[in-house]
Design a protein. Structure first.
Length: 191
């Protein structure tokens, strides 16, 4: 379990899931998905997530749901301006992935095309990850009924933080594989 978390307030209602991607591709381009290395990175960074899904679909619990993981940082939701802080009201899920060239610019990835040519199987998300993610989201929603399975409550980090600061889960993430659409409906369902 990572120490980068805080006690979730007793009266906190968990009503969001925030999706992320992570890798160690900048420092270790030929071994970007080493679980020990990634947990070491998280243990030294002021960041964490509740879960991490590996390429083979294995799930790692990094921070128990009873605690607020430090995954969202500063941000806002245009459709919910009253939300000022996301960590205490959400579950963060990281997935091992390398995004599109556009997504990876923010992280300073050089020679993206050469890397993709060498490792095409490591770009985007695996079918096993999507299957595991769909199951994990359903389990989380069953424990936290305020999370509605829609694009207002299951969001990408980029939506909260803005694409100038975060790009995950990115352009390659297929929302339909978890039963959602990339774009949010024009009207929010009544709560």
């Amino acid at each position: 379990m990572l120490k980068q978390s805080t006690s979730r307030p007793a009266d906190a209602v968990v009503d969001h899931i925030v999706l992320h991607f992570c890798s160690d591709v900048i420092q270790h381009p030929d071994h970007p998905y080493d679980i020990d290395r990634i947990t070491e990175i998280f243990s030294k960074a002021p960041a964490s997530a509740n879960y991490l899904i590996a390429r083979d679909g294995a799930v790692y619990r990094l921070v128990p749901e009873e605690r607020s993981a430090w995954h969202a940082g500063a941000g806002h939701l245009p459709w919910a301006p009253m939300i000022k802080q996301m960590n205490s009201r959400s579950i963060g899920i990281e997935m091992f992935a390398v995004g599109s060239a556009n997504d990876m610019k923010l992280f300073g990835m050089r020679d993206y095309d050469a890397w993709v040519k060498k490792h095409p199987q490591w770009v985007g998300f695996s079918d096993q990850q999507y299957a595991t993610l769909a199951k994990l989201i359903a389990e989380i929603e069953s424990r936290h009924p305020a999370i509605t399975h829609d694009r207002f409550h299951v969001i990408g980090h980029e939506e909260w933080a803005g694409r100038r600061r975060r790009t995950d889960p990115g352009e390659l993430f297929d929302w339909t594989k978890i039963g959602l659409t990339k774009e949010r409906p024009t009207t929010q369902p009544s709560e």
